[in-house]
Write a protein that binds this ligand. Structure first.
Ligand SMILES: [Zn+2]
Length: 112
């Protein structure tokens, strides 16, 4: 039995930039240890704000993936689990791919 492939493009995304704008700027986000996001189906998910040293000094703010804890910039909204996962979790859990990756592979290896 083959499961239909999950494409990242089909899953709604939550971008760090959007959340930063909503809380009222970088300084306000930096002061928070976590943010609560209301998902489309009415579920509330708390996301911890992760920090790591920025490339140009200072610190970079990131989401801590609610599923695995890995720092990431974009989370995908899913039906299962905590409701939000990073792309790596999705690749592990449902072998999700970007559509472009799948198409490239099909072109690169023509069927015998
Ligand atoms: Zn994750």
């Amino acid at each position: 039995m083959t499961r239909p492939r999950t494409y990242f493009e089909d899953l709604p995304a939550l971008h760090l930039e959007d959340v930063r704008r909503q809380v009222g700027g970088r300084r306000k986000l930096a002061a928070a240890s976590s943010v609560t996001v209301l998902l489309p189906e009415g579920r509330e998910v708390q996301i911890t704000i992760a920090r790591r040293p920025g490339v140009l000094g200072g610190e970079e703010l990131l989401f801590a993936c609610p599923t695995c804890g890995r720092p990431c910039r974009v989370l995908r909204i899913v039906q299962h689990g905590p409701g939000l996962t990073c792309t790596r979790c999705l690749q592990v859990a449902c072998a999700a791919k970007y559509r472009s990756q799948v198409l490239q592979r099909t072109v690169a290896s023509p069927a015998a």
